[in-house]
Design a protein around this ligand. Sequence first.
Ligand SMILES: NC(=O)c1ccc[n+]([C@@H]2O[C@H](COP(=O)([O-])OP(=O)(O)OC[C@H]3O[C@@H](n4cnc5c(N)ncnc54)[C@H](O)[C@@H]3O)[C@@H](O)[C@H]2O)c1
Ligand SMILES: O=c1ccn([C@@H]2O[C@H](COP(=O)(O)OP(=O)(O)O[C@H]3O[C@H](CO)[C@@H](O)[C@H](O)[C@H]3O)[C@@H](O)[C@H]2O)c(=O)[nH]1
Length: 618
Amino acid sequence: MATLAQSASYRGKVGKVAATLTVTATAPTAWGDAWWSWARTAWPGPMSTRFHRQPAGGGGQLPMAITASFWWGRNIPTHGSTPSQAGGGSHARMKTWFSSLCATCHSTNSRLSCKGWEVRATYPLPNWSLPMPPLPPVPPHPLEVIMVGAGYVGLVSGAAMARLGATVTVVESNPGRLTALRSGTIPLHEPGLGELVASERAANRLHFAANLAETALSAPAGTFKAPRLVFLAVGTPENTKPGQQGAADLSAVQAALDELASLLPPNPSLTILATKSTVPVGTGAALARRFQALRPDAPLVVTSNPEFLAEGQAVHNFLNPDRILVGLPGGDTPPSYVQAARQAYSQLYAPLVIKGVPLLFTKRESAELAKYAANAFLAVKIAFMGEIADFCEHSGASVDEVAHAMGLDPRIGPEFLEAGPGYGGSCLPKDVPALVASAAQSNITLTVPQAAHLANKARKAGLGGRMARVMHLAGKRIALLGLAFKAGTDDVRASPALDLATDLLSQGASLALHDPEALANARAAMQALDLPPQQSERLHWAPTLEAALTGADAAVLLAAWPCYKDIAPDHMAQLMKGRHLFDFRRAWQPQPLRAAGFTLHAVGMAEETIPSHCDSEL
Ligand SMILES: NC(=O)c1ccc[n+]([C@@H]2O[C@H](COP(=O)([O-])OP(=O)(O)OC[C@H]3O[C@@H](n4cnc5c(N)ncnc54)[C@H](O)[C@@H]3O)[C@@H](O)[C@H]2O)c1
Ligand SMILES: O=c1ccn([C@@H]2O[C@H](COP(=O)(O)OP(=O)(O)O[C@H]3O[C@H](CO)[C@@H](O)[C@H](O)[C@H]3O)[C@@H](O)[C@H]2O)c(=O)[nH]1
């Protein structure tokens, strides 16, 4: 038992109802983690909680601040149309809860104030005693992680796992990418990744290898002091073989497994294999069978640890996930292997779990399917809003207002309701058909994801047609702004911009293409299309936004990079020849652009915004 000097304070806002209780304690910081796990289970709050701990100093007897955020949940009614009316309901509930919290904590002298939308409360908690459990055992060795593939997922996950304390070797078979990494260059655009990789390399926790044979995996049995985790983060693109179109191409996953089987030493200790790659349900079981046939002497447990990061915010997503999902095998797998896997994951992700991130252990099949189901659900939301946006354009409604009104319903939520040019990227476009194809193998027809997939393909293919309805395209110079599949990344895989570019070229337009990060990737992708010379000579790669806009008859916004949002309308008007703007992201403000003389065609905005003089161009 230790006595802690504490104070607690609460600050919450109506509509975003969360209470933060900050407990300031003077305690040996070495006890922090143990106190933490005790607090998470023993806290008397009636609602779900999320804990954060911020040590105020290094080891020893330094004070630390502990913040426990008590989330009220998503069902707080915020009735009324004025702050005080709306606040009444939820603030009253908050007050009741805090009063009971106070009583539970034997607190006196609590202060509570309610001003506009905000409630503040301060509760001194004198002489509040908390039992201190014994320190948990410290694992004797850091985890050894091998990450196969240094793409968006493998490189981010590998570096972030090193940050979590593991010793990580990232294996990359692409020589150019490996050379770049070894020389300290990050071969992809991901905010924060450069700093993360550099600091983990400097701490000697992050290494790179050209193949599995270069890692310690091929060393004699007994080399590893702790269980080794081998993650597969290789690509699983859409299969293009006849008869298998749409299904996931698992050849890179299988090749990596075969490589592993070929180099493990005789009678090695247990290897924990994890698919970070997105793989169809049943893949883990198939990989286990394949490995068993190749290496009956080598103990292996195949687990699923799907990744939910989104490009452009990958480092942040990995280190602050909504959940960590781990699928464990059942059936014939020895329980001791499964237990070892569970322990290894618990150790690997402990620094995140301690922050309150849920670590879900499920059946392996559930984890595999949950990843696809999540992506398909996101795809359905986006595709649905695309169709609603089309209807808005013909009904006088604004899709922004419709989405906002829908999103305030907590059963719907505000995320992923932005209608745009169609979803792109390396995940949703290939994962939805892969889900549909894998279900079809079990004679299950997934009509809803399939409809989203078809709607999205049609949306991307129809962008040029939308433009052709308001202006002649042949002979015109069009500035395409934003070539990545969304702002924040240099990834152009399945980018709507590439679909539109090929369509506009075939309609006779000249293109000036610009992107702040994705120009090189877009150029490589367009070159790979092997366009006829009369089309490729009409492609112009603009090094600056100004160069793209200069002399353009029209500009098209496809990815909402800040540089496009921030450009001054008058500056655009000076540079451009024509006055047509197509905003497929609704990132541009209509009024200032109209004031500068532009005609704005924005997705999901009513037709009346298009002046009648456009007809004369048809
Ligand atoms: N990109 C994302 O945002 C994201 C998010 C979650 C999940 N995923 C899934 O993760 C997987 C990887 O996606 P990605 O975008 O990182 O792919 P990527 O194509 O960017 O990277 C894969 C990397 O693996 C390398 N590689 C392939 N085979 C190898 C081998 N045998 N040994 C060593 N290196 C090898 C490739 O050279 C490449 O650099 C996919 O299944 C994808 O669906 C992707
Ligand atoms: O409201 C929205 C949200 C997204 N998009 C588009 O949808 C696509 C995908 O966007 P996003 O999901 O942000 O990017 P990804 O990096 O592809 O991430 C998705 O795919 C990853 C790979 O599986 C998952 O890990 C992530 O959770 C999932 O969000 C992009 O073209 C976006 O422009 C919209 O049009 N409207």
